[in-house]
Design a protein around this ligand. Structure first.
Ligand code: SF4
Ligand code: SF4
Length: 343
């Protein structure tokens, strides 16, 4: 995050607006990835799951999404799902309209179909492609969005690879380097991001990392980033994975992000994972990135995080005085999820 972004985000927070808006633009996805948090029954409080929500299509989706963006006026919009490319015609209309408002757009997809070619040249546009490890593991989990299909679909594009590290990836040494070495040389790849699998509290998923695996993952990435410049995991970010926020109340990311599901009304709380995420095992790169910003000390003395927290309270008071339908950043923070990052 650049200094300009921090200042703009701070301004939004002070006025009671969430600087980050995440929209589950569709309830549909052609994939059935094991561990996808978006389709867990507890994902959205008060509903029986994402597939049970109403969603929108065509002009109605584009118009309602723009109205939402204009109400919230965020600095960053994440388009997730389901998979946003299920609604590729709508996304082709929506993305330029959001970018024209000087808002950064991140579209998260499995790349089961090609992203619009013109997105590759658009400033402030990120296409994040979710890859669950090397082909032997990924192709089983994410068919029909297999390696072969992804490579074909992203040809000529400009994408960010995002992979979620799971316990299974430690079954053989050198897995992470093999992954980074595969994707790094490809011209379409702008950068590579990793998250760690984040379970719900009390869950026993096979994907959950042991404490030792967590430490090993961070040690390996710390070393790999020196040899693979596209591995975009900074030395400030990586240590945060070893000391995640203790609760949603202490998670800056959940405080500054508003996530709305496919009916464009239901909120996902307390963060994008929804349900009851285990913050002590959080591995979300966005949360860790915000934690790193929060630990930065202004003038070497005051942590930015304490200024953010005070500003959230100020913004909350202001938001309470405003129209009730404007999302307030301090409402119980909920949002979407996967091992498998829901697109
Ligand atoms: S992103 Fe969610 S799970 Fe992670 S620390 Fe924040 S609130 Fe907890
Ligand atoms: S992780 Fe993404 S691609 Fe997989 S089922 Fe969930 S939304 Fe679909």
């Amino acid at each position: 995050m650049h200094a300009r972004d921090v200042v703009r985000a701070w301004g939004a927070i002070l006025s009671g607006r969430p600087p980050v808006l995440s929209i589950e633009v569709t309830r549909e996805c052609p994939l059935r990835c094991p561990g996808c948090y978006a389709y867990e029954p507890d994902h959205i409080a008060g509903h029986a799951g994402l597939r049970t929500l109403a969603d929108y299509k065509g002009d109605s989706l584009v118009k309602r999404a723009i109205e939402l963006v204009d109400r919230v006026r965020p600095l960053h919009v994440s388009l997730v799902g389901g998979d946003p490319l299920v609604r590729f015609r709508e996304m082709e209309a929506l993305v330029p309209q959001i970018l024209a408002r000087d808002i950064h757009v991140q579209l998260v997809t499995s790349a089961f179909r090609p992203p619009a070619p013109e997105w590759a040249a658009m400033r402030r546009m990120t296409i994040a492609v979710s890859i669950d490890g090397l082909p032997a593991e990924h192709d089983v989990r994410r068919a029909p969005a297999t390696y072969d299909r992804i490579l074909k679909n992203i040809a000529g594009s400009r994408v960010t690879i995002h992979s979620t590290i799971t316990s299974q990836m430690f079954s053989r040494p050198g897995y992470l380097e093999e992954f980074v070495a595969f994707w790094s040389p490809r011209p379409e790849i702008q950068r590579i991001w990793f998250s760690l699998f984040t379970p719900q509290r009390g869950a026993t998923d096979a994907e959950i990392l042991t404490p030792a695996q967590r430490v090993q993952a961070i040690e390996e990435l710390t070393e790999l980033r020196l040899r693979y410049p596209k591995l975009d995991m900074s030395s400030r970010l990586l240590p945060e994975f070893l000391n995640p926020p203790s609760s949603p109340a202490n998670c800056i990311f959940s405080k500054v992000t508003e996530t709305l599901s496919a009916d464009l009304t239901s909120r996902v709380t307390p963060c994008q994972f929804g349900g009851d995420p285990d913050c002590s095992q959080c591995g979300c790169i966005a949360s860790m990135g915000m934690a790193a910003v929060g630990h930065y000390k202004l003038g070497g003395i005051v942590p930015l995080g304490s200024i953010f927290k005070a500003s959230v309270k100020v913004g909350q008071l202001r938001a309470q005085r405003r129209r009730p339908h404007v999302p307030a950043i301090d409402a119980p923070a909920p949002v979407p999820a996967g091992v498998s990052n829901p697109e």
